[in-house]
Design a protein around this ligand. Sequence first.
Ligand SMILES: *[C@@H]1O[C@H](CO)[C@@H](O)[C@H](O)[C@H]1NC(C)=O
Ligand SMILES: *[C@@H]1O[C@H](CO)[C@@H](O)[C@H](O)[C@H]1NC(C)=O
Ligand SMILES: *[C@@H]1O[C@H](CO)[C@@H](O)[C@H](O)[C@H]1NC(C)=O
Ligand SMILES: *[C@@H]1O[C@H](CO)[C@@H](O)[C@H](O)[C@H]1NC(C)=O
Length: 437
Amino acid sequence: MAPLWPLILVAASGTLAIDTPRPRSSALHHLTKQLLQKYHKDVRPVHDWTEATMVYLDVCVRAVLDVDAQNQKLKTNVWYIEVWDDEFLSWNSSMFDDISQISLPLSAIWAPDIIINEFVDLDRLPDLPYVYVNSSGTVKNSKSIQVVSACSLETYAFPFDIQNCSLTFNSILHTVEDVDLAFLRSREDVKHDKQAFSNDSEWELLSVSSAYSTLRSSAGDFAQLQFHVVIRRRPLVYVVSLLIPSIFLMLVDLGSFYIPPTCRARIVFKTSVLVGYTVFRVNMSDEMPQSTVRTPLIGIFFTVCMAFLVLSLSKSILLIKFLHEEQHSGQERPLLCLGGDSDADGLIMDRRAHLDGVAESPVSQEHQAHSRTLKEVLSQLQSISKYFQAQDQAAQQEVGWLALLERIDRLLFQGYLVMLGLYAVTLCSLWALWSRL
Ligand SMILES: *[C@@H]1O[C@H](CO)[C@@H](O)[C@H](O)[C@H]1NC(C)=O
Ligand SMILES: *[C@@H]1O[C@H](CO)[C@@H](O)[C@H](O)[C@H]1NC(C)=O
Ligand SMILES: *[C@@H]1O[C@H](CO)[C@@H](O)[C@H](O)[C@H]1NC(C)=O
Ligand SMILES: *[C@@H]1O[C@H](CO)[C@@H](O)[C@H](O)[C@H]1NC(C)=O
């Protein structure tokens, strides 16, 4: 029995080998081995070295992740496809079980060195290790990338802003004689392809226009493909949270001009509006893009409004101080919320009546007194009348001041109205420009 054991073992291993075929015997393995055995991934895959390798590119913008105006950076998620022909990776599919395409490790074959020119931080999401190759040697490499690209972002028209950022693809080393670029799809298709774009973010994709050009430099001519990603902000949230409150605040501010300038309540009112402005600005600075190049227009408007407010406030303070000094120089004059002019006029009338009363009483005495005492009284009377004339002049001066301040107030009011008009017109035209595209 003993000599039979090896035979049984051999028979058993034979049946095992038949039941579970090893990968070596598969057509896929044969093909892969045949393709990669003599393959040199360092060599550009062309038979004729004078021929350029054509690389077809396609870009599909899938999401706008971040628009950073302060650092002038745009973060997008892009689906990116490269297709090129590898002349050493073709086979006759009828000889390999009709396999028409296989996947090969990207690290094992030659691949073009194409980069995005603008990138400041390229973050390949999952690094896909395989590429598809079909029997005529066409290699297709697709990947999803997160591109943080430098872009000149304009925030002047915020929140009605449209950004135009480019993604430029070129070979980092190979000149146009070695590696040439082309579009995989027609440019019209690329331009209006919004299928993959996630439509629920703050930004709306308008178009992706593209252009081919050759970049001339001392190292040679480089082929480059440019994709201009044009995105538009959805302004509704900013209109509700910034524009409408700002307009209300400006209207309240405008209303403060209707409180008489001599009224102390005006200072209190304007101060509260100023506090309101400050709180609003702090609130706004969180929401507004912080650009160092150009300040958003609504920020400028707010500063101008605040300047008007501060001017009119300091004018009111000056006026109150002036009236207070008058009060201390001997006159009892309560500062009520009355029109400056009518108030001053009443005072003058008062004084005139008083003067008349003083002038009348000596006339009744005249018949009884002697002529000498009469002269004395007359001279005294004259001095009294001089005193009152001086007072009268002071009062008139006061009226002049009040009139001047009132004029300044009216001027400020008109300036403010003009400003508000400008604000409304610019906002409307920005909105019109925004909605035109
Ligand atoms: C592929 O192989 C089949 C059979 O071996 C042959 O008939 C055919 O001509 C080949 N095709 C090419 C393009 O070489
Ligand atoms: C390989 O892919 C290219 C590009 O998609 C195509 O033009 C070609 O016909 C394909 N070859 C085969 C044999 O399917
Ligand atoms: C975007 O900018 C590029 C050049 O920087 C320009 O050619 C293109 O027309 C612009 N697109 C739009 C929609 O403004
Ligand atoms: C994206 O949203 C806009 C309106 O906000 C709509 O007009 C457009 O059809 C949407 N696009 C897709 C692909 O859903």
